[in-house]
Design a protein. Structure first.
Length: 352
């Protein structure tokens, strides 16, 4: 039996693509072990997926001053020895890394034992952890065509691994949950698991006009519900949904979203017309802006700048996308980056 180590952590975006590979890996006879941080948010997600989980010590590589910058290097070094011990005992044939700081010691430990390493980079340009890990990688999978320029000969354009369950949603289940009618189009708004305050404000300011033509299912984030809007016809807000996400995707005729790489790759794979509002460069490294620009260039999305966008801008973008939705869908159907699971599994089989 072939063995594989999956690693990734820190955010759901570094975990769910790994989990998306699991059914096909099991189908192909792989024994799977997952390495994450000892108490990271990824631990519960992985255990819920029924996988064997090992936690290691992990630090964080910060671009800003923090006293932890003086102690975290020692935690990373300890993580390297933790990972070496696990790898020596498990003896994997291949390692697949999705990113996050916990993956750096795992990748370096695998390279020490000359085990092939496949890294997946979701964003247009590699983040700091992946930039360090890529040096030891055998192949680097990526979502955006433009990313290949940063990766050299190791680059393989696979797209993102998408959970199969997202393709199996029931539209009527979500309509019933929201109390919506099937005769009026639905906009789904999502700002990620934590919500997005600026997106929430923009959408809510545009509601009076949007609700004339659309119904709005708003995933607004924890503690971001607006009680004054409860009971508004055609509008439902939720702090967070999990198992019902596939049904909400099936229900949505149009999506308003942040531009995190995994989220927007799911949107394209599901062929959902969309308006993207990327996280501002003032509070991020700007990766969402680059992601969104690439999708706009490929004809998948309309993009708004959250720092200057008005409710009227949002209304106009929604109307443009919905009116021309067949064109956006056609462009998404032509994309060669939506078969992530099969492409990555094939690569894993070739290297293990």
């Amino acid at each position: 039996m072939k063995k594989i180590i999956l690693t990734g952590g820190g955010t759901a975006g570094h975990v769910t693509p790994n989990i998306a590979l699991v059914p096909k890996l099991l189908e192909n006879g792989y024994e799977i072990k997952y390495i994450g941080t000892k108490d990271g948010m990824e631990k519960q997600l992985v255990l819920d997926a029924g996988l064997d989980y090992e936690g290691i010590s992990s630090g964080k590589l910060r671009r800003y001053f923090s006293f932890k910058n003086f102690t975290d290097p020692f935690r990373v070094i300890k993580g390297y020895f933790d990972a070496k011990k696990i790898i020596k005992k498990f003896r994997p044939d291949v390692v697949f890394s999705k990113g996050g700081f916990v993956t750096v010691p795992v990748v370096y430990a695998a390279a020490k034992y000359k085990i092939p390493v496949i890294i997946h980079e979701s964003d247009m340009t590699p983040g700091l952890a992946n930039r360090l890990a890529i040096k030891k990688a055998t192949k680097v999978c990526h979502n955006f065509p433009e990313t290949a320029a940063h990766l050299g000969a190791k680059a393989v354009h696979t797209g993102s691994p998408i959970r199969q369950e997202l393709f199996e949603g029931n539209k009527l289940t979500a309509l019933d949950l929201c109390g919506f009618t099937a005769s009026k189009p639905v906009i789904m708004v999502t700002g990620g698991s934590l919500g997005a305050e600026k997106v929430n404000k923009l959408v809510r300011a545009a509601l009076p006009t949007l609700l004339e033509k659309y119904q709005v299912a708003h995933l607004c984030g924890k503690e971001k519900l607006d009680e004054s809007l409860e009971g508004l016809e055609g509008y439902r807000q939720f702090e967070y949904i999990s198992d019902e996400m596939k049904d909400f995707f099936a229900m949505a005729d149009l999506i308003i979203s942040r531009a995190g790489a995994n989220s927007i790759c799911e949107i394209v794979a599901l062929e959902k017309p969309n308006v993207l509002i990327p996280l501002s460069a003032a509070v991020s490294r700007g990766d969402q802006i680059l992601n969104a620009k690439s999708f706009a260039k490929q004809g998948f999305s309309e993009v708004l700048d959250e720092d200057v966008a008005t409710p009227e801008d949002l209304i106009q973008a929604v109307e443009k996308v919905f009116t021309n939705r067949n064109e956006y869908i056609s462009n998404m159907q032509k994309s060669d980056g939506t078969g992530g699971v099969d492409s990555i599994i094939q690569l894993i089989k070739e290297l293990s």
